[in-house]
Design a protein. Structure first.
Lengths: 689, 572
């Protein structure tokens, strides 16, 4: 990434843009750099004048020309910073967009020339919102859309970089498909949901390119502050003229303009928009499309984070962790019974039971073989699927009836058949539940055999991430459909601060509103249509790309990876954005101290020799001192471009410690660096002057 | 020398020790709790009834400011006409003349805004009537205005979300009846017992030791000198201010006057801690302000005690330090301390001639007024500091990765804009004014004005420049002290500083009150681990850094041409 920051294919268009951006109309948006442009123009006039007229108070042509060139470079550097940030963002977005250019689409014409629902091959660019198309195995999906019929496995690696195929199906919360992804199997019918050129990606590209980029409220406030600093320095420079007259000192126009340009915060002024664009670009690199720059900024302020349990805090679904045979039952035969009960159970829980059994007796066995071996011991199996009425599943053999299900479901069956529930089974069930697990009871011929313990597996490393969030001041809330007991257990184990158990969609909404009522900013991630109101209500709503169109419209970011932990990264990107702005502002203003010590003695040293004592850098001559300061002021901009684009790193070490750290590096550093830089430049200039 | 230093240290310690209980008392007064002075209740009720004030009426920040500004405008008109016709009014035993319109304009504004930039000498420029009912009256109400504005800000800071800054009239009247009046009476009595005149008789005549007959001005001095310091006003009864033996007879009265001018600004800090229930916040600000004050005080004391290098070059030893312009009864240490206290706090009374201070001291005095927030004037000092806090909060908030917030309220574009305007204003008024004056001196020295610009300055070169810079800095800071070498009683200085005074008084009051009002209206954001704590020492240092950087950047070139050049030339 570092190597590609100044890749030639980015630099070339950026260089061109740097000149195009000199247009005063676009410069006007940035008051600091606009005043530099005016200063540069004045300097141009002075340079031309000094070429034709020899006037001692104006200075010689060569010196004026040098100052003019340095000022002009300052402008170009600032424009280049913005242009390269735009170019990077655009390149990133283009590479995403490339995947969805011009592909043939199988459009469905409801009333065709011969049949209804006739299929016509058209170019993807001709698809309109509301059109339907079909895709078969091997087809590239031509446009963003929503599946209306069928189910398919899809390779989304073009967008997410994740090679494992995903399943998308009509109805439900995973019905969205993205243009550029590839259908691997099956057949789907899709309705186009966006107009050409209006997909989220297109919107984001427009945002990065500046056409629709709005200043965020925080950027506006900072611009006001910078403008007022600029005004202070206008006052300083204008009043210096009568002061100098009083002291019988002549100050050349070149010196005045140099002083002014050096003092105004050109460093942050030149880099401000680049920092903002880089923030959106970093989000894009994390495969998150933001709908506005403000959303990234807000992310840095988040107080409360709502996270779904499944997939975020725990790995997918529950897994079997333990077999607990009833008193008189042999352990080995109990495990075999459990496997038989789950042979046909394709749910993740069922699979995990077989897996655990296969690995239970020392050496792990091949799962399919293991199933076959066990099944072959019995005859004429009849698999019983899970239904809402029985709330159990299992298998019937000729003389054996095996069932597996929730405790109360099995208890019903067992007691109906006239058997008793063993005491220790009941106790075991309670123990598992209070431990955050889910008990499944297994019966054979309506006699209880034992209990399977299912547990949620907490993602490795997730509690460290929550700890990091806590240090940032972000409260994490787990949302789960589990009962409060289980929820509490998992919440404690994972280290989240709060949880919503047995959550219904409106619970999320209410929780968000309640947090917002106390002044907090809330972020959440969602995918389903029923998440849409909550996504809209949240201050930062991240919709998964696989989610429904409604969810994607409601949120202000879309995560292409469908990764629920992405929110954590987004919060850090937001904080980085603000920190980068703050530290470079501090650096820029702190620089002025050294510039004063370079220029002010230079202006007055001839008429007030006593001021030699303030020339603490021992700069060679007044001319070289002024030139060194202007050159330093210019080259610091490109030197800080990498930092602006990368962002200042964020460390969750508490606000005061972070402030101390950044003040030390960028405040004190900002005071010291120009002393060294200006002295070095002066030494180099000394060779020529 | 040791005794002199001890005197200074003891004075400061007594000030702080008195400020602690006073702060507690002030917090109680404004919280409406029971206090010693509840016997004033009927007086206040009477005032409310006569003036038709409903003291319970809540005011939002706009109504609060409207009340404050309206009454101030009224006082200005009253003062201006009183001064214009004082020769025709009673209580004028010495037969002093009326003030010219430009002088009356300057004087009325100057006392209205708590500055007391006196372009006249009290002995001859005012009558007893105007001394008492214009000058002393304004010294009470201007101090109370500043404190009332600050208490309005306290009310905004105290609540989570509110529209109510309190009732301006009630706060204002209580400030006078409960704080300024009782303490002034005590101080005045101490002064009277130390020989300060308190008589309505005209000039006395004495025969000096040389045998000359001299007229000695007097009047009801003691009462005015008490509020002059307590209200951080600084305008003296006599032209020589507190260097005059009848306005500051001895070292003890000098200590009392020093304590009186410092005690309310410090007490307001402690009162803030208790009133808004953020003690640590107040202590940190007190610490930062004290450090700032010491940074100005120590170089001043060192340079005054070591004496003038110019005299040392002549081979003359100066065992008592730099004595030019100083009173023998106070000495250089106490005079140096006074000169810094009177400039960091916007009093502006003097017990030595600042014009004669060492260049380094002059630099420190100028810096004290430019910053104007190390303790600062009654109420307004903390308001100025509040502006620096807003800017510090904004920049440091960004540096920790959160949109900036102060006490649970987001600081956004509008607040930053107001803070920026207030900050800009000082630079504009000081440098703009000094530039205008320098321009006239440099280019139109012989202009046909009553006093030619070339005749304004008593000193050539850098010191002359410092005199002009000092005058505008003093006007901008609402300070009132001067480098008195400047011939300032003429139309240019009277009018130009008059406008500087008004702008520099009311915009820095309107700004913080408006910011506090706007912030208080916003939704309250509870603190989290990511929130920057504004009561931490780190944040205090950040505010200090903002103060130093803003002032250094604004004034470095001007200071270089004035006191810095002078000091460096002296050192050569």
């Amino acid at each position: 990434m570092k190597a590609s920051m100044f890749a030639p294919e980015l630099v070339r268009p950026a260089l061109k843009q740097s000149f195009i951006k000199l247009n005063p109309r676009s410069m006007f948006r940035n008051p600091v750099m606009f005043t530099v442009e005016i200063g540069t123009l004045v300097m141009l006039v002075v340079t031309l004048y000094s070429y034709t007229v020899k006037d001692a108070t104006i200075g010689n042509f060569g010196y004026n020309l040098t100052i003019f060139i340095v000022l002009f470079l300052t402008l170009l550097f600032a424009n280049f910073a913005e242009a390269i940030a735009e170019a990077r963002g655009k390149a990133q977005a283009d590479s995403l967009r490339k995947t969805r250019e011009e592909t043939p689409a199988k459009k469905v014409n409801l009333v065709g020339e011969i049949f209804t629902n006739e299929i016509e091959i058209v170019s993807s660019s001709r698809l309109q919102k509301g059109d339907f198309f079909v895709c078969d195995a091997g087809d590239i999906i031509p446009m963003d859309g929503e599946i209306v019929e069928g189910l398919a496995t899809i390779d989304e690696s073009a967008i997410t970089g994740e090679s494992a195929p995903v399943i998308r199906e009509a109805g439900g919360d995973k019905s969205s498909v993205t243009g550029g992804t590839k259908v691997l199997s099956d057949h789907i019918k899709v309705r186009v949901t966006t107009e050409p050129g209006e997909s989220f990606l297109d919107k984001m590209i427009a945002l990065v390119e500046g056409a629709s980029r709005q200043k965020t409220p925080n950027e506006i406030a900072l611009t006001i502050l910078l403008a007022s600093f600029t005004l202070i320095f206008i006052i300083v420079c204008v009043t210096l003229k009568p002061f100098a007259d009083y002291a019988n000192t002549t100050i050349s126009i070149a010196a005045f303009i140099s002083l002014f340009v050096c003092l105004i915060p050109t460093t942050i002024g030149g880099l401000l928009s680049a920092i903002g664009i880089a923030g959106m670009d970093r989000a894009l690199r994390a495969n998150v499309i933001t709908k506005s720059g403000k959303a990234v900024e807000t992310a840095g302020d988040i107080d409360t984070l709502l996270l779904d349990k499944t997939g975020t805090i725990t790995i997918g679904n529950r897994k079997a962790t333990h077999f607990w045979p009833a008193k008189e039952i042999d352990s080995k035969s109990f495990i075999e019974t459990c496997v038989l009960a789950s042979v046909a159970d394709e749910t993740p829980e069922g699979k995990s039971i077989v897996e655990l059994a296969a690995n239970s007796n020392g050496s792990p066995k091949n799962i399919d073989e293991y199933k076959q071996v066990l099944l072959s011991k019995h005859t004429s199996p009849k698999f019983i699927e899970f239904t809402a009425e029985t709330r159990s599943s299992g298998v019937d053999f000729e003389n054996e009836k095996i069932r597996k299900g929730a405790f109360d479901a099995i208890r019903n069956q067992v007691t109906k058949a006239g058997h008793n529930i063993p005491q220790e089974t009941e106790e075991r069930v309670k123990a598992i539940a209070s431990n955050g697990g889910t008990p499944l009871v297994v019966s054979k011929n309506n006699e209880v055999q034992g209990v399977i313990e299912l547990q949620d597996i907490i993602k490795p490393g997730i509690s460290e991430r929550f700890e990091r969030l806590r240090k940032m001041g972000v409260k994490t809330v787990m949302v789960t459909g589990d009962n409060p007991l289980t929820a509490k257990y998992i919440a404690e184990k994972a280290g989240v601060d709060d949880f919503i158990a047995e959550a219904k969609p409106e619970d999320k909404m209410n929780y968000i509103k309640q947090e917002q009522h106390t002044g907090k900013l809330v972020a959440m991630m969602g995918d389903g249509t029923n998440d849409a109101p909550a996504l809209a209500q949240a201050d930062v709503g991240v919709a998964m790309n696989s989610g429904t169109q409604a969810a994607k419209e409601a949120g202000n970011m879309v995560d292409l990876d469908n990764d629920p932990t992405k929110l954590i990264e987004i919060v850090e990107i937001g904080k980085q954005l603000l920190i980068t702005r703050g530290t470079i502002t501090t650096f820029s203003i702190a620089n002025d101290v050294a510039k004063y010590f370079a220029i002010v003695p230079a202006l007055f040293i001839t008429s007030i020799p006593a001021l030699q004592a303030t020339n603490i850098m021992h700069l060679k001559s007044p001319e070289s001192a002024i030139l060194s300061a202007v050159i330093f002021n210019a080259i610091i901009i490109p030197m800080l471009i990498p930092l602006s684009l990368r962002g200042v790193s964020y460390k969750p070490i508490g606000a005061s410690a972070l402030l101390r750290r950044n003040l030390l590096i960028y405040g004190l550093g900002g005071i010291v660096a120009p002393f060294i830089g200006i002295k070095l430049i002066d030494m180099v200039l000394g060779v020529f002057m | 020398m040791n005794t002199e230093l001890t005197g200074v240290i003891v004075t400061f310690i007594i000030t702080v020790l008195l400020a602690i209980p006073l702060g507690r008392y002030i917090a109680k007064v404004f919280a409406g709790e029971r206090t010693l002075t509840d016997f004033m209740n009927p007086v206040e009720k009477f005032i409310y009834r006569v003036c038709g004030i409903d003291p319970q009426k809540e005011m939002n920040w706009k109504e609060f400011l409207k009340a404050l500004l309206t009454i101030n405008m009224l006082w200005f008109v009253y003062a201006f006409f009183m001064l214009l016709f004082q020769d025709k009014l009673p209580l004028n035993p010495d037969g002093n003349p009326a003030q010219t319109p430009d002088l009356a304009f300057n004087t009325a504004i100057s006392f209205l805004v708590n500055c007391d930039l006196q372009h006249y000498s009290g002995e001859s420029g005012l009558t007893y009537l105007t001394q008492l009912f214009v000058v002393t009256f304004l010294q009470f109400v201007s101090a109370a205005t500043g404190i009332a504005a600050l208490v309005g800000v306290f009310n905004a800071l105290k609540a989570k979300t509110t529209n109510n800054l309190g009732n301006f009239w009630q706060i204002f009247i209580k400030t006078i009846t409960r704080i300024l009046l009782p303490i002034s009476i005590i101080i005045a009595i101490i002064f009277i017992f130390n020989g300060m005149p308190s008589s309505f008789a005209g000039k006395d005549t004495i025969v000096t030791m040389q045998g000359d007959t001299v007229g000695v001005s007097r009047g009801p001095v003691a009462g005015m000198v008490a509020i002059k310091h307590l209200g951080t006003n600084g305008g003296g009864w006599f032209g020589a201010n507190s260097a005059h033996p009848l306005e500051n007879p001895n070292y003890f009265t000098s200590m009392i006057e020093l304590i009186a001018q410092t005690v309310i600004p410090i007490a307001m800090l402690f009162a803030m801690g208790l009133y808004i229930k953020r003690k640590k916040f107040a202590y940190v600000i007190f610490g930062i302000m004290t450090i700032g004050m010491l940074c100005l005080l120590i170089p001043t004391m060192v340079s005054e005690i070591s004496g003038s290098p110019a005299i040392a070059k002549l081979g003359v030893s100066q065992p008592t330090g730099a004595m030019e312009g100083k009173e023998v009864r106070f000495g250089p240490a106490a005079s140096g301390y006074w000169s810094i206290i009177t400039t960091v706090i916007s009093t502006g009374s003097v017990n030595s001639m600042h014009d004669s201070s060492m260049p380094v001291s002059g630099l420190m005095q100028l810096l004290g007024m430019m910053i104007n927030a190390f303790y600062g004037g009654c109420g307004v000092g903390i308001l100025n500091y509040y502006i620096y806090i807003i800017i510090a909060v904004f920049i440091s908030g960004l540096m920790v990765g959160r949109t900036p917030e102060l006490m649970g309220h987001k600081v956004e574009a509008r607040e930053v804009k107001i803070a920026a305007i207030v900050t800009l204003l000082s630079a504009f008024l000081i440098k703009g004014g000094a530039a205008l004056a320098a321009y006239f001196v440099a280019h139109h020295g012989d202009m046909a004005w009553a006093v030619k610009p070339s005749a304004w300055l008593n000193n050539p070169s850098y010191h002359g420049f410092s005199e002009m810079l000092y005058e505008f800095t003093s006007a901008n800071a609402n300070n009132g002290s001067g480098f008195e070498g400047l011939g300032d009683n003429n139309i240019f200085w009277n009018v130009s500083t008059g406008f500087v005074l008004i702008l520099a008084r009311f915009l820095p009051i309107i700004g913080p009150v408006a910011i506090a009002g706007l912030l208080a209206k916003k939704k309250y954001v509870p603190e989290s681990a990511g929130t920057l704590k504004t009561d931490s020492l780190t944040f205090g240092m950040m505010t200090m850094a903002v103060i130093i950087i803003i002032n250094a950047l604004s004034y470095f070139p001007a200071l270089t041409l004035g006191p810095i050049a002078e000091a460096l030339r002296g050192a050569h």
